[in-house]
Design a protein around this ligand. Structure first.
Ligand SMILES: C[S@@+](CC[C@H](N)C(=O)[O-])C[C@H]1O[C@@H](n2cnc3c(N)ncnc32)[C@H](O)[C@@H]1O
Length: 204
């Protein structure tokens, strides 16, 4: 793993995303989290303060150990017990049906084999289990879409592998979810190329 990925990116992204307007959406999205919870791409733990009080314990999966320092601090502050795994979502060491709830915020864009990861998430969800997601992706607006494709090479470098062109609906139909509810909007205070949001719930 490069110096940029381990040392620079965790600080850079944390500073960029630790903002009240993001916090508002994190809180809304996590309000219904319950049961056995897995958060993929936990990063520096920006979601931790937004889990409802009933959540005492979660499991996390993130391959970047450079996130750990800030993550540990947030774990201490929130008091949630975290089973922290340094692993990628493409191959998860959990049994079929192990989780009631999977949380993914601004993470699918960074997963190299994202379809494989989605198959894993589906596998480890219980029947009736839910993925709560808040993701950015490809915009349906032609002008924005064009700029997302133009800027993607730069985003991939600066964003440590993050793509601006993830087709979230196309990804979700790769698994036989019983229902998928999605809200789309442009995130405030964010360039349209980077802030076309897919916020919703996919139920197994
Ligand atoms: C932009 S950060 C978002 C972090 C956090 N979810 C948030 O909302 O602030 C993307 C995260 O995805 C993680 N990631 C990258 N590849 C991954 C993979 N294959 N499986 C799981 N997480 C991955 C990165 O290490 C990083 O922590």
């Amino acid at each position: 793993m490069s110096f940029y990925s381990r040392v620079i990116f965790p600080r850079f992204y944390d500073c960029l995303m630790d903002k009240p307007f993001w916090a508002k959406y994190r809180q809304q999205q996590l309000a219904s989290a319950k049961g056995e919870i897995l958060e993929i791409g936990v990063g520096t733990g920006l979601n931790l303060p937004h889990y409802p009080k009933r959540v005492k314990r979660i499991t996390t999966a993130d391959p970047n150990p450079g996130m750990n320092k800030k993550l540990e601090r947030r774990i201490e502050r929130t008091g949630i017990a975290v089973d922290k795994r340094i692993i990628s979502s493409e191959e998860l060491p959990f049994d079929e049906g192990a989780f009631d709830c999977i949380v993914s915020t601004i993470t699918l864009c960074s997963i190299p084999e994202v379809e494989q990861a989605m198959a894993e998430l589906f596998r480890i969800l219980k029947p009736g289990g839910r993925i709560l997601f808040l993701e950015h992706g490809l915009s349906p607006d032609a002008k924005v879409n064009k700029w997302q494709r133009r800027l993607n090479w730069l985003q991939r470098r600066v964003g440590d592998g993050c793509t601006l062109t993830l087709d979230v609906p196309k990804l979700l139909v790769t698994q036989p979810f019983s229902s998928v509810e999605v809200d789309n909007f442009y995130m405030e205070q964010t360039p349209r190329t980077h802030g076309y949001m897919y916020c919703g719930v996919a139920t197994k």
